[in-house]
Design a protein around this ligand. Structure first.
Ligand code: SF4
Ligand code: SF4
Length: 167
């Protein structure tokens, strides 16, 4: 799914998928890992992250201590200088996030300028491989508004599960 097509999705369409994920909290097909692997493979055949980069433009990763040490070293800065320049600490969670979006490391070509040392949160995004899948339903629900790949995956899972399973 292209970003343009994704942007045309309505609130009502997203709500239907969010409701499906909510139901998936309670009822999970026995062969969910197989189902997920099959549908996720199709999603990535249709996804071009370099023409999207919506996650880097609209969201912020969470930077772990290891991320900050690795990236600061790569940029030949101290960790404190790195934090002062680009990050803020969220109240409550204490998480370190980007001060602003789009991410300061996103290039005009939609490529990440620190790709080799990027935060683990970025490397793992959009988390489709996390197990068990349904433990991340809240994350996927949030990402229905940001990530065309997640939208496509949840839409595919909904269609398939509603067709092939009694639930
Ligand atoms: S992971 Fe999702 S939001 Fe990020 S670039 Fe790929 S499709 Fe776009
Ligand atoms: S660090 Fe790189 S991959 Fe992560 S949000 Fe910034 S530009 Fe995107």
């Amino acid at each position: 799914m292209q970003l343009k097509q994704f942007r045309r999705k309505t609130v009502a369409q997203r709500k239907k998928l969010a409701d499906f994920l909510k139901k998936l909290d309670d009822i999970v097909p026995d062969d969910m890992p197989k189902l997920l692997a099959e549908e996720d493979k199709k999603v990535w055949q249709e996804t071009a992250c370099l023409s999207c980069a919506n996650c880097c433009k609209k969201m912020t990763p969470t930077f772990t201590k290891k991320d900050m040490v690795r990236i600061a070293a790569h940029l030949e800065m101290s960790v404190n200088a790195f934090k002062k320049e680009w990050l803020y600490q969220e109240e409550g969670t204490g998480d370190w996030m980007n001060k602003s979006t789009p991410c300061q490391f996103l290039g005009a070509d939609n490529k990440c300028s620190i790709y080799e040392v990027r935060p683990s949160d970025c490397a793992e995004f959009p988390h489709h491989h996390k197990q068990p899948f349904d433990a991340y339903n809240d994350t996927f629900t949030q990402n229905l508004s940001y990530c065309p790949a997640t939208y496509n995956l949840v839409e595919r899972l909904k269609k398939r599960i509603e067709k092939e399973y009694e639930w």
